[in-house]
Design a protein around this ligand. Structure first.
Ligand code: ADP
Length: 398
């Protein structure tokens, strides 16, 4: 079966066409600036080994974008299939499934209605996801569609982990609780880790660290998420590129009392903080590494803060699970920054975690554990599109 994976943002649409028979990417690309001047499609036909092409063409909405994607996919030169009918199903990334969705789901009219109910919890992200679904349904009315949620994997958290200690009615009326994000990535890498470890998922306690522009840590016990570091929104947890991560919430009211508006504070904590805010250098960890080499103290402080908080979560989640069998690193930083992985686990030898310097230089999926480590430390490149395709196939084939 060939599956089209769609990730629709407010003015962009990313896609991958995946052949599930051999789990290979046939084509991929991105529509940018949908609905604004300079709309363009960047498309790569992977299966023919062709270079990326860029087509500038007005796209007034996501419907136009999907049409362009299909045209590119069936193009005689740059296409990967001969007709749209070859697409067996479409898997859509949806950011927020709230408590409504504990797993990926086949999209029906009833599901679309339920999705609308989740929108207040992700007002910036869910609406474009829904528009993407509607646009695809119009063009491919007979193709099954599946929604895969960033939050669904975390729905197995027990109440003691997901509740906030607000008066209970704030949970009941406003649905304020921890939801967690990056679920598709945590699910994918934890399942890959189970395969590598060669034991039943039920017997394993795994901590997965998705460290990128946004970072989150998840405790996976018996194949299920029991806790995760992001919360009601993706602001919670460890410091990130431009996000604060956890801090005393009273800082917000303190700033409000000083005259800042809710919008200004939202901007401050989401877009101007994190390692960028502390260092004053950049949100990109590579820039920070360069700055540290030049002796920049605040860049060093920002990185130290990040490393410290990630390490703390690993310890906390080992405590929450009653042990740890494997630690997994993924995403931009987790996959590529070996020295940072080493820093994060330093001092965790007492828990049986240690990294081998030589193995830590290797790229790709790799076991970087020291020979005498009780806990496996694995680097596993994440693949959210593949996870979406796997779930889509599972649901469509029943
Ligand atoms: P996003 O959350 O936007 O998907 P990524 O997972 O791509 O982000 O992570 C971005 C971060 O990963 C940046 O801070 C960047 O410095 C880091 N990163 C990406 N590639 C490398 C690399 N080859 N070496 C070191 N760091 C990298």
């Amino acid at each position: 079966m060939k599956i089209l994976v769609v990730n629709a943002g407010s003015s962009s649409l990313k896609y991958q066409l995946i052949d599930m028979d051999n789990k290979s990417v046939l084509a991929k690309g991105l529509c940018e600036r949908i609905g604004i001047d300079g709309s363009n499609l960047q498309h790569t036909c992977v299966v023919k080994g062709l270079d990326k092409i860029k087509i500038e063409n007005p796209m007034k909405d996501h419907g136009d974008a999907i049409k362009m994607v299909i045209d590119a996919l069936i193009d005689t030169e740059h296409g990967a299939i001969s007709s749209m009918d070859e697409i067996g199903a479409v898997g859509h990334r949806v950011v927020h499934g709230a408590e409504e969705f504990t797993d990926s789901t086949i999209i029906t009219e009833a599901v679309l209605k339920q999705l609308e109910k989740c929108t207040p919890l992700a007002p910036l992200h869910n609406p474009p996801n829904i528009i993407g679904i509607e646009a695809c349904k119009k063009i491919m009315p007979n193709t099954p569609m599946v929604a895969v949620f960033d939050t669904a994997f975390h729905q197995t958290m027990p109440p003691e982990a997901f509740m906030y200690a607000l008066p209970y009615e704030y949970y009941e009326k406003d649905r304020i609780r921890k939801y967690g994000f990056h679920g598709t990535s945590h699910k994918y890498v934890s399942q890959q880790a189970v395969k590598i470890l060669g034991k039943p998922a039920e017997e394993l306690k795994i901590v997965t660290c998705h460290l990128g522009n946004g970072s989150s840590i998840t405790a996976v016990k018996g194949g299920k998420c029991i806790d995760t570091s992001m919360g009601f929104t993706p602001l919670d947890g460890v410091p990130m590129g431009t996000r604060t991560g956890s801090m005393d919430p009273a800082v917000m009211t303190f700033l409000m009392n000083k005259g800042m508006t809710a919008q200004e504070i939202d901007d401050l904590v989401n877009k101007k903080s994190g390692v960028a805010g502390v260092s004053g250098v950049s949100s990109d960890f590579r820039d920070l590494d360069d700055a540290v080499l030049e002796g920049n103290e605040r860049a060093k402080l920002a990185l130290d803060m990040f490393v410290y908080q990630v390490r703390k979560y690993i310890g906390a989640y080992a405590a929450a699970m009653g042990g740890i069998d494997a630690l997994v690193f993924t995403a931009g930083i987790g996959e590529n920054n070996g020295p940072m992985r080493k820093d994060i686990v330093s001092g965790l030898e007492y828990m049986g975690i240690a990294i081998d310097d030589e193995k830590n230089l290797t790229r790709g999926t790799v076991d970087v554990s020291a020979a005498d480590a009780r806990v496996k430390t694995l680097v596993i490149p994440t693949d959210e599109e593949m996870m979406i395709a796997i779930d889509t196939q599972r649901l469509v084939e029943g």
